[in-house]
Design a protein around this ligand. Structure first.
Ligand code: HEM
Length: 72
């Protein structure tokens, strides 16, 4: 999907998933180019995004076709 500059958010490590709020709202990766979205997103939005990503991850594991070749 992306050319490799941006991470595939379906494939985050457990560590990153645990730090999701610090990264997306807190700007913990701001130096690396991932700005804080605290002005745009609420913690409830984040929960919705994480739920969506978990769903996408499950679909990918279940053999979802799109972009599969680059994943495994
Ligand atoms: C709601 C939208 C977004 C979410 C939930 C999100 C989430 C994340 C997360 C969790 C990471 C850490 C990945 C990791 O360390 O494995 C990350 C990294 C990154 N994000 Fe975002 N992101 C969003 C939007 C954006 C946008 C719009 C941009 C660019 C304008 C961007 C640029 C980046 C970059 C460059 C990194 C890599 C940082 C690094 O190398 O450590 N993100 N993003």
């Amino acid at each position: 999907m992306s050319g490799g500059v941006l991470p595939d958010l379906r494939e985050l490590s457990d560590e990153v998933n645990r730090n999701f709020e610090a990264i997306v709202l807190g700007g913990a990766r701001a130096k690396q180019g991932m700005p804080s979205f605290a002005k745009r997103l609420s913690p409830a939005d984040l929960a919705a995004i994480q739920a969506y990503l978990a769903e996408q991850r499950a679909a990918e594991r279940a053999g979802g076709a799109e972009d599969g070749a680059s994943k495994n």
